[in-house]
Design a protein around this ligand. Structure first.
Ligand SMILES: Nc1ncnc2c1ncn2[C@@H]1O[C@H](COP(=O)(O)OP(=O)(O)O)[C@@H](O)[C@H]1O
Ligand SMILES: CC(=O)N[C@@H](CCC(=O)OP(=O)(O)O)C(=O)O
Length: 302
């Protein structure tokens, strides 16, 4: 008897979950989401498969999904295999000409391919793109700021122009674009630049007028007082984040700057969520309380 009661309670709970999702499905159907998948969140085959499943789920809910992926740890591993040392200055990879070849090869030839095939296990939705394709991402060389001074870091750029047509064409044909953040160098169009994937995802979200930018990483969200686990922030306004930004450590600083820039340029909400938790994306999008940290223009839940 108690087994039947347990089964009924579980079934009832499942029904409640579906009912809770309904207003969010209604709200987000037809909207564009940019999902940034960080290399540090790609920690196991199961998690990557769960990520792909969530992407397909959003797609079937009528959401126009654009995946922008990173791959920092995967680039480090390949650089090590070919005997090139990995060096970061101000949170950005020092990218020599040889390192740039490896960055491009790993992002467009390995990480992107793997995500495309995982998403396509269900049906052939995903199409991989590099920022070079159809002139999508154009970037200008940038320096890193170390101890307040600019430092040359080679073939690294900041996105100055996004041409979203290659992405919107795919979205219009009900595909899921999967974008690698290699950009054309505006000063020398035959050359390419390495762009931080958070920054690129933010620029793409702004250019598309996305409703949400969701960044999956290897931490629960933004901690006000890192690493004090009790200081996790659920929600923060653009104004409060702007004031907080100069105090943040190098891991979170580019991510939160990307979130702020997206919201400043009209993206509805930017989120940082834990990619190590399977299906965290579904919890963020389809539950009332959400998960992780949400950045909005005025700090209200949506
Ligand atoms: N205030 C903070 N809140 C949360 N994480 C922080 C904070 N400051 C630094 N971090 C670090 O930032 C890391 C996430 O950034 P990063 O490693 O660049 O992620 P990704 O590879 O997903 O882009 C976390 O694992 C954490 O160690
Ligand atoms: C300039 C720069 O640092 N580019 C990054 C691009 C990949 C990236 O951003 O990957 P994650 O999101 O996994 O960190 C790099 O070379 O590692």
């Amino acid at each position: 008897m108690s087994e039947i009661l347990t089964r009924l309670a579980t079934a009832q709970h499942k029904a409640e979950v579906l009912v809770e999702a309904l207003p969010w499905i209604r709200e987000f159907s037809g909207q564009t989401f940019v999902i940034k998948y960080g290399g540090n969140a790609m920690v196991s085959e199961n998690l990557k498969a769960a990520f792909a499943q969530d992407i397909v789920f959003l797609h079937h809910m009528g959401i126009k999904v654009v995946v922008v992926h990173g791959g920092g740890p995967q680039i480090n591993a390949m650089l090590q295999r070919v005997g090139i040392e990995s060096e970061f200055r101000g949170g950005l990879r020092v990218t020599t000409h040889d390192a740039m070849d490896v960055v491009r090869m790993v992002l467009t030839g390995k990480v992107q391919r793997e995500l495309v095939s995982l998403i396509n296990e269900d049906a052939p939705y995903a199409v991989g793109l590099s920022g070079e394709d159809a002139g999508m991402l154009r970037a200008k060389r940038r320096k890193a700021i170390v101890d307040g001074a600019p430092v040359d870091i080679g073939h690294v750029g900041d996105v100055v122009e996004v041409d979203p047509v290659a992405i919107t064409d795919l979205l219009d044909s009900r595909r899921i674009p999967v974008v690698s953040t290699v950009a054309i160098d505006v000063a020398s169009p035959r050359e390419v630049l390495n762009v931080n994937a958070d920054t690129a995802a933010s620029a793409i979200a702004a250019a598309l007028g996305a409703r949400k930018l969701i960044m999956l990483t290897d931490v629960e969200g933004l901690y006000l007082n890192w690493p004090d686990k009790s200081s996790l922030v659920d929600e923060i306004s653009a104004a409060d984040l702007r004031a907080l930004l100069p105090t943040l450590d190098s891991g979170m600083a580019p991510k939160m700057e990307a979130a702020l820039r997206a919201v400043d340029r009209g993206v509805g909400q930017a989120h940082v969520i834990d990619g190590r938790m399977a299906h965290s994306m579904l919890l963020e999008v389809f539950t009332d309380s959400g998960i992780g940290t949400q950045v909005t223009w005025e700090g209200s839940k949506a």
